[in-house]
Design a protein around this ligand. Structure first.
Ligand code: PLP
Length: 400
């Protein structure tokens, strides 16, 4: 028998990786459905799902088959040429959205960066050079220089000053504040319909409809960041479908690839003002990513995983709410579909996360006092019962 050398990968990371991530002390090596395993063979119920990414869970056969077949056929060509999967995927995404044109990206930040660039060009062409975008407190839009400036957390942006100008921040869910912020420099209003990284805060329906009206009155672009909410996560294919409105421009990523790095910017014909040379990217919309994303999206649609997100999300929401009756540490649940948070009465979210990890449940402390639950869209009520049972145990221990 050959001797096995066990590598301490966590020590290797400490030595080699830039100090960007506060990683949890587990090394994950395998996944299947709603479960992952670490290098010690320990099993975890995964309610992080790659931070709202693994829509079909881990290693879903439809995704594995699609990328395996595509890898044998054609992986990458650049956008100098036409390729088929990106256009097949475009048809589905645009048809679901009722929007007209798409541009693929490699990530959520790039999707939102594309939205911003598109809006600025629109301002140049149609609004006398207006370039300001009204953004919200609590917002998260990514880590490029423009998107991190649009993001509300100064901790993420200040080390990188000087930051690009052109973002005006107003309180989230406050229509009058948005109205007051509109000037002749404004080109658009950008927001998440459920703020994800900001702590899982849904936008009010009246507010969103009011923002749509405000944009229409002033000829502004309504730009939605559906990077975290899109592709079924909140119980409709796109979150905006619950609000009875439509955006002019929208960013997607996360669940779109079910784990593959792909995002997209979708827009109306009128807002699609890029001309050749304005924007581009080497890897985006590659046959491999798009074939995978197409399998993800088709599986979500064929198996009504959007409906599952709605039904099981409501079930999980209620189960989380019930924890309030048993635990003084629990204030309640919030969110939509399977984008949920358990709000605590104290800043103990990280303690809950750490205890849950030890007990075989992955959840994440999205703020000091809120634990986020974003399981794959295939999650069952039984798996939710188990997750809530583990949270119940964690809370009991913390309250002892
Ligand atoms: N927008 C929203 C709403 C997000 O939640 C995120 C990531 O969490 C992003 C943009 C940035 O996406 P990415 O991390 O893929 O760049």
């Amino acid at each position: 028998m050959s001797s096995t050398r066990v590598t301490d990968w966590q020590a290797v990371e400490q030595r080699l990786y830039m100090r960007t991530y506060g990683r949890r002390p587990v090394t994950l090596v395998r996944g299947d459905g709603v479960y992952v395993w670490d290098d010690q063979g320990k099993e975890y119920l995964d309610f992080v799902a790659g931070v709202a990414v693994n829509a079909l869970g881990h290693c879903h056969p439809a995704l594995v088959q699609a990328i395996t077949e595509q890898a044998r056929l054609l992986i990458h060509t650049s956008n100098l040429y036409y390729t088929v999967p990106q256009l097949q995927l475009a048809e589905v995404l645009l048809q679901q959205a009722g929007l007209d044109r798409i541009f693929y990206t490699n990530s959520g930040a790039e999707a939102m960066e594309t939205c911003i660039k598109l809006a600025r060009k629109y301002g140049k062409l149609h609004r006398n050079g207006a370039y300001e975008i009204i953004v919200m407190t609590g917002a998260f839009h990514g880590r490029t220089l423009a998107t991190v400036t649009a993001t509300a957390n100064p901790h993420y942006s200040e080390p990188f000053a000087p930051l690009p100008e052109g973002f005006v921040r107003v309180p989230f869910n406050d229509l009058e504040a948005a109205r007051r912020a509109v000037s002749d420099k404004t080109v658009g209003i950008m927001l998440e319909l459920v703020q994800g990284e900001g702590g899982v805060w849904p936008a009010d329906e009246e507010y969103v409809r009011g923002l749509r009206r405000l944009c229409d009155e002033h000829g502004l672009l309504l730009i939605l960041d559906e990077v975290q909410t899109g592709i079924g996560r909140t119980g409709t294919f796109y979150a905006f479908q619950q609000y009875g409105i439509k955006p002019d421009i929208m960013g997607l990523a996360k669940q779109l690839g079910g784990g593959l790095p792909i995002g997209a910017c979708l827009a109306t014909e009128q807002a699609s003002v890029f001309t050749p040379g304005d924007h581009g990217s080497t890897f985006t919309g590659s046959p491999l990513m798009c074939a995978g994303a197409l399998a993800v999206v088709n599986t979500i649609l064929e198996q009504d995983l959007v409906g599952n997100a709605r039904r099981v999300g409501a079930y999980l929401f209620q189960a989380l709410e019930r924890l309030k009756q048993r635990h003084r540490l629990v204030a309640g649940a919030r969110g939509r579909g399977l984008l949920l948070a358990l709000q605590l009465t104290e800043d103990r979210a990280r303690a809950v996360e750490d205890l849950a990890l030890a007990k075989g449940l992955l959840v994440n402390a999205v703020s000091a006092s809120a634990v986020r639950l974003v399981p794959p869209l295939i999650v069952t009520e039984k798996q939710c019962d188990r997750a809530v049972e583990i949270l119940d145990e964690c809370l009991t221990e913390l309250e002892a």
